[in-house]
Design a protein around this ligand. Structure first.
Ligand code: ZN
Length: 490
């Protein structure tokens, strides 16, 4: 195939995020996933004539929190609009959304790009709207069943400016967005459960001898994993450049919509020439506009938890952790909180934090992976790990026995390290007793000591081994080394 001319991707992202609320956006029906079809419906979410919607304050609050987490401005005045379209899973024939007065606007999310370093992805707007029901064609291809349980569930639609330049950046943006929303408790943002649905708008700028040419924008749909997002964007990049090479058709408009077929690993045309005018938006007559007092927005801002980016920076600056460790430990809020509880129980200083991070990234991770449960179900509490690490750091608990005997037992039973150490007869030989053992070892091995003094410092290992034997493995090898150094250099 002919090589592609020099070009770059231009990607804007639209995300639909299911907000975590007890009830639907405009009626009192419960938001329940996975229940029997059409159990959670009422005249309002079914769009029966005469039924009137009432705004769920919890949904508005979650939208405001989500917007603040994205650094957005919160509108003091916001209103509702009808977006008209027909679909079997939309019984009203329109969707209640926000057209020209979104609740949140002008935010940004920082990501670390593989190619460009730190990138600021600008958020154009985030607005509240209701979800549709779900059509199911799986039992009989010639007909469909419709489940309206999801109908009216609150969604936050988050739209970025076209600031992303690669499939990798697109997926990093989605990961950071998911982290932020989970930290806030605004959404569970599980892609497999369709709580986070994304629609990248993709086109390509091609360098030609006559200047830059833009291809037509394609909105990608049916992407239900991060892998699908990356694959679909990469596929479009090549498809659009080749289409321009073959036909000379240029854009960026009109825009078309394409789906992603995971099995064929290709995009396919869904709808051509789709623009906002097709939906005949008009103000929703059944819902009054909403005014949000500045004081209320401020109150939300004041109670916002620490966001993932700030947490990562704190782990690097205050604990001296590497960027990779800081990111891994700060990723999920419950895990980060568990880690911080361990750090404060271990002493709280940077050295203790580093030791806790090491135990967490290796032994704790391994146990967690083997068990497969969340950190909340892990038998060792953050506090218990912190106390354990403190004992190891101070030499009270010999490191070797701590790793091979005490920690695995703690992970299996959740018992505190002291009980396990007492039961197994593990008590560190330290202080004067350890110094005596070192002196005895030197006295019993004059030939080794002589070798050491003649410059063969490598034989120190023999002495450490002898002391460990004399203490039946109940000493900290690193501490033994330090004590021997002191004695030998006198
Ligand atoms: Zn309802």
């Amino acid at each position: 195939m002919t090589p592609l001319p020099s070009h770059r991707l231009v990607i804007g992202m639209e995300v639909h995020l299911q907000l975590r609320t007890r009830t639907k956006c405009f009626c009192p029906c419960a938001v329940v996933v996975g229940d029997e079809p059409n159990r959670h419906v009422c005249p309002v979410c079914l769009g029966l004539p005469g039924a009137l919607p009432v705004l769920n304050r919890e949904a508005l609050a979650q939208a405001v929190r989500g917007g603040l987490g994205l650094g957005c401005r919160i509108a003091s005045f916001t209103k509702w609009d009808r977006k008209n379209y027909f679909y079997a899973d939309l019984p009203k024939g329109y969707q209640i959304t926000q057209y020209d007065k979104p609740v949140c606007s002008d935010g940004a999310v920082e990501i670390e790009s593989e190619d460009r370093g730190p990138v600021r992805v600008r958020i154009q707007r985030a607005h509240l709207e209701e979800d549709t029901g779900k059509s199911d064609h799986s039992t009989d291809p010639s007909s469909a069943t419709v489940d309206f349980n999801r109908c009216g569930t609150p969604l936050l639609e988050i739209v970025t400016h076209p600031d992303l330049r690669s499939a990798d950046e697109a997926s990093r943006y989605l990961e950071e967005l998911r982290r932020i929303m989970r930290h806030l408790g605004t959404s569970d943002a599980d892609m497999e459960k369709a709580q986070l649905r994304c629609e990248p708008n993709v086109n390509v700028e091609i360098d030609t001898p006559d200047g830059t040419v833009a291809t037509r924008i394609v909105e990608l749909k049916n992407l239900n994993s991060f892998a699908a997002v990356r694959n679909a964007i990469e596929f479009e990049r090549e498809r659009q450049v080749r289409e321009w090479m073959e036909t000379g058709v240029r854009g960026p408009r009109p825009k078309s919509t394409r789906g992603w077929d995971d099995a064929k690993r290709a995009t396919y045309l869904l709808r051509a020439k789709e623009e906002a005018a097709d939906y005949r938006y008009f103000p929703e007559p059944d819902l009054p506009p909403v005014t949000i007092a500045a004081a209320m927005a401020e109150e939300f801002r004041a109670t916002l938890p620490e966001l993932p980016a700030a947490r990562r920076a704190r782990y690097r600056d205050a604990f001296g952790l590497s960027a990779g460790d800081a990111a891994a430990l700060a990723d999920e809020r419950p895990f980060a909180e568990w880690f911080e509880e361990a750090v404060s129980a271990s002493g709280g200083d940077a050295a203790s934090a580093k030791a806790v991070a090491n135990w967490t990234m290796t032994d704790v991770r391994r146990e967690l992976n083997a068990r497969g449960g969340p950190i909340s179900a892990f038998p060792i509490t953050g506090r218990a790990l912190g106390e354990f690490v403190r004992a190891v750091q101070s030499g009270e608990l010999p490191r070797e026995a701590a790793k091979s005997v005490v920690f695995p037992e703690m992970a299996a039973t959740g018992r505190p390290w002291r009980d396990i150490a007492a039961e197994k007869g593990i008590g560190a030989v330290q202080g004067d007793a350890l110094l005596d053992a070192c002196r005895a070892s030197l006295a019993a091995n004059p030939d080794v000591v002589a070798k050491f003094r003649s410059g063969k410092t490598g034989v120190k290992g023999v002495l450490v081994g002898d002391v460990m034997k004399r203490t039946r493995g109940q000493a900290d090898a690193r501490r033994v080394g330090e004590l021997l150094d002191g004695l030998l250099n006198v």
